[in-house]
Design a protein around this ligand. Structure first.
Ligand SMILES: Cc1cc2nc3c(=O)[nH]c(=O)nc-3n(C[C@H](O)[C@H](O)[C@H](O)COP(=O)(O)OP(=O)(O)OC[C@H]3O[C@@H](n4cnc5c(N)ncnc54)[C@H](O)[C@@H]3O)c2cc1C
Length: 312
């Protein structure tokens, strides 16, 4: 039985830890924040490969994750499936639709299209509500014999000394730890609102004008912003106004959304997800930089990671 330390308690760290446990490893998670304080706890979260590279690998991981979420939903594990309308243009990469099972995606009818959107898919996708799903995953990790330690790691050298095998799932924290110039924050401001009477949808085709709605069991999320290389974690009123005006321009609901909470998160965006052993500390495997799609690909990455580590 292998002993592995996973650094990070967000969606990527928790899923990595659980798949490693399922494949026979004993796992400790070390993280400077409890799962409830991570970026992962603050977001939508829906299955959609947004702002993640390389597309081919992301699609493969997304497909594996989709299958795992189907199992989670079947077992009553805080995952549901909802219809999601996604705008596209002739320039969009729509390969992600090929990852869905037969019958799970179709073209939207003209009546379904919000104002100003010419083409869209309607797909049946997993919805993970982080405030339910992350506690569920953490409890599963503990029930599987996992141990959690709240502690910050200052360097790769310190990380390497934690165990004979260490998985680095520190998200944006990896920027400093790995001195990684390719990792940048992509700032997302979102509005948590009283439940809306609109479909869940995303209009991701216009850079700098991202608009989406995710309807959850007790509220709705209206997004958002996608500002690259922006470290600002303050709520900006100008962004709230922009998000509301973009939403209203789609003509979906004539009522003004009732805002319950404004939130900001920094997506860990990288030219390419870092998914490899470290060159200098060869007991560290990096699994970070999942951009706007950490929930979408986490299980797929965890499954491939576990296969790689089983060969060491
Ligand atoms: C507004 C917004 C909406 C989004 N919506 C979606 C969505 O609908 N679907 C989707 O798939 N994705 C979505 N995302 C993206 C998703 O949130 C991220 O890709 C995902 O949360 C990244 O998870 P992670 O586990 O890598 O990082 P995090 O959740 O940030 O976790 C990182 C962990 O590493 C720990 N850590 C960091 N540095 C150190 C250190 N030095 N020492 C010890 N521990 C450390 C932290 O404490 C934390 O536990 C959204 C993002 C934003 C901002």
């Amino acid at each position: 039985m292998k002993s592995v330390t996973v650094v990070g308690s967000g969606i990527v760290g928790l899923t990595s830890a659980i798949v490693l446990q399922e494949n026979g490893s004993t796992v400790t998670i070390v993280a400077k924040e409890h799962y409830s304080k991570t970026l992962s706890s603050k977001v939508g979260a829906i299955w959609f490969p947004f702002e993640i590279e390389p597309a081919k690998k992301a699609n493969k991981w997304a497909a594996l994750s989709y299958q795992r979420y189907q199992e989670e939903a079947k077992n009553g594990n805080d995952v549901s499936f909802i219809p999601f309308l996604t705008a596209y243009t002739s320039e969009s990469n729509t390969k992600w639709t090929e990852q869905l099972p037969a019958g799970a995606v179709r073209n939207a009818t003209p009546e379904e299209l919000p104002k100003g959107i010419e083409k869209a898919f309607v797909s049946n996708v997993p919805l993970m509500e982080p405030l339910k799903y992350l506690p569920f995953l953490f409890n599963r990790f503990i029930e599987n014999g996992g141990h959690f330690e709240k502690s910050g790691i200052a360097s790769l050298k310190e990380m390497s000394s934690l165990n004979s095998l260490v998985v680095n799932c520190t998200g944006l924290g990896a920027k400093e730890l790995c001195n990684d110039n390719e990792l940048i924050p992509m700032r997302g401001q979102i509005l948590r609102c009283a439940k809306l009477n609109t479909p869940s949808f995303a209009e991701p085709t216009k850079k700098g004008a991202l608009t989406y709605v995710i309807n959850r069991s007790g509220d709705s999320i209206i997004g958002g912003t996608d500002y690259e290389n922006n470290w600002n974690v303050n709520i900006e009123k100008s962004d709230t106004d922009l998000i509301l005006s973009r939403f209203e321009s789609l003509g979906l609901d004539n009522k003004t959304p009732q805002i319950l909470e404004e939130m900001v998160g920094l997506r860990p965006k990288r030219k390419s997800v870092r998914f490899e052993f470290d060159q200098s500390f060869n007991n560290i495997f990096h699994n970070y930089g999942h951009g706007g799609a950490g929930f979408t690909v986490a299980w797929g990455c965890a499954i491939e990671l576990s296969e790689i580590l089983s060969k060491t």
